[in-house]
Design a protein. Structure first.
Length: 486
């Protein structure tokens, strides 16, 4: 491929992202084995030609397509689109199409796509000027009938169930498996979901931020807040998944946690939107009718609540929450984390979007927005779940039968550990306080075992496992010298 064609391809990637793209995001999206120096040279050439402009400094640098660049791309783009798929008044789909084969999976970066998915990708990758405006279609949601319609065909669901759950896991109480992998899940899902939102934090920087709970970087304050919000949201889902459901309490609070401090109006955090919004990089316009938003939001939750297969439910949420755009911002973030709720409740491997290319995810979402077609996003979902399940497979194999007493007193165990840390107790003080509390609050036959469980977990506690007992890094740092004092 000539340098000119490569540069044009690079500009097309940037044109699809109205907020601009950083060099790291571009290298992941393009998916080519080129060095950072080569990428920088190509960007510099596009800057020289006037196709791009550079905004921001250091890690916050983003490249944006200029109007001259957009005009050049449009002029050179071949016109071979299918009007029936792009037209605003194209014939509605009577029902989501069923697939009769499992998508092919490969080991390359990003999923291998079927022919139909490739065709959809080519359509939605055309410049926006060639794609006609489309609006929210209520009938797309109405056509979905839980446990009758299948976005994920049966063969695919069986395949993913086989790699995402064992018989041993299926018999465990809700959320047990997610709690076993919580430390790794927090860093994986937080970093990858934030990366899909355009975060410039690296994996190591994210891990460092999560450990400290704060950052002094003024340039990336919003990114820092988004990352910390992800951690809190994951803990919200994993802490007591059996108490959560497909209801307003769960989904509005999940959005509130994810959007904390990120919206101009704090009242919009955890609230359905009542104002118009635009979606960058697409010709899709969400509905601006508050009554319709509320009605469809509740319908999405009602349908999700009765989908028996957790994988189908997860994918259904990934499709319909972003499509409705029920919140002023943070809709895709909310859909990615809420997709994990049915998986957590059924003790399946979570979906952490490991290695998912930004461009492929965007393509899948745009195909839903503009064409009401799920094939492209489905191929990505299946590939991404394979990657995520493989990541946690070793932990799954090491899991033993859960201690019934620990399951019964799970919250009390956490509270006792947190009490020791927050009150900066040494070992002797903690032992006496634990005995007194247990005498008053635990059944006589369970007391000795309960004390043993708490004491073992106190001895194993470290800065990498404090999130599961709701201890902040600053609290752990203040307690540790007292605990280790001889």
């Amino acid at each position: 491929m000539s340098d000119t064609i490569k540069d044009r391809k690079l500009a097309q990637f940037i044109s699809a992202e109205p907020r601009g793209m950083g060099i790291e995001m571009l290298m992941q999206s393009v998916g080519e084995e080129s060095s950072r120096r080569t990428m920088q040279r190509r960007l510099d050439e596009l800057l020289r030609l006037g196709w791009l402009e550079r905004r921001g400094k250091a890690r916050a640098t983003r490249y944006h397509l200029t109007e001259p660049g957009r005009t050049t791309l449009l002029r050179e783009q071949p016109r071979h689109l299918e009007p029936s798929l792009l037209c605003e008044d194209s014939p509605p789909m009577t029902a989501p199409q069923r697939a009769d084969a499992v998508p092919e999976f490969g080991q390359s970066v990003g999923p291998e796509l079927g022919e139909e998915s490739k065709r959809l990708r080519d359509i939605i990758r055309q410049p926006q000027a060639l794609r006609k405006v489309c609006r929210y279609r209520r009938e797309f949601l109405d056509a979905y009938q839980p446990d009758k319609t299948a976005y994920l065909p049966e063969t695919l669901r069986k395949h993913l169930h086989g790699i995402g759950q064992s018989e041993h896991m299926a018999a465990m109480p809700a959320g047990t498996y997610a709690r076993h992998v919580l430390d790794r899940l927090i860093i994986d899902l937080t970093w990858n979901s934030s990366r899909l939102e355009g975060s410039t934090y690296s994996l190591l920087e994210t891990d460092h931020l999560l450990a400290l709970g704060k950052s002094d970087d003024p340039v990336r304050f919003l990114e820092m807040q988004m990352i910390l919000n992800h951690k809190a949201a994951i803990e919200f889902l994993v802490e007591s998944p059996d108490e959560l459901g497909f209801n307003r309490y769960t989904f509005l609070n999940l959005h509130a946690i994810l959007s904390d401090g990120l919206l101009k109006n704090a009242k919009s955090e955890g609230a359905l939107r009542t104002i118009p919004v635009g979606v960058g990089g697409t010709v899709y316009h969400p509905t601006n009718q508050p009554a319709l938003i509320e009605e469809c939001f509740d319908l999405i939750l009602r349908k999700a609540a009765v989908i028996s297969d957790p994988l189908e439910c997860a994918f259904f949420l990934m499709v319909h929450l972003p499509y409705l755009q029920p919140f002023e911002d943070g809709n895709k973030r909310t859909s990615r984390l809420s997709a994990n709720l049915p998986l957590i409740q059924k003790n399946m491997s979570p979906l952490s979007f490991v290695d998912v290319p930004v461009r492929d995810y965007t393509d899948g979402i745009l195909a839903v927005y503009e064409l009401n077609r799920i094939e492209l996003l489905r191929d990505l979902f299946a590939w991404a779940y394979e990657r995520s399940a493989g990541r946690y497979a070793s932990i799954r194999q090491e899991m033993s039968d859960p201690d019934p007493l620990h399951v019964r007193y799970r919250m009390e165990v956490k509270d006792r550990i947190r009490d020791v840390v927050v009150n900066r107790m040494g070992k002797m003080t903690a032992a006496e306080a634990l005995r007194r509390w247990t005498l008053q609050n635990v059944t006589a036959s369970d007391r000795a075992h309960f004390i043993e469980i708490v004491e073992e977990r106190l001895l194993d506690l470290n800065e990498g496992s404090i999130a599961r007992v709701r201890v902040r890094p600053s609290e752990f740092a203040a307690w540790w010298p007292v605990w280790t004092k001889r």
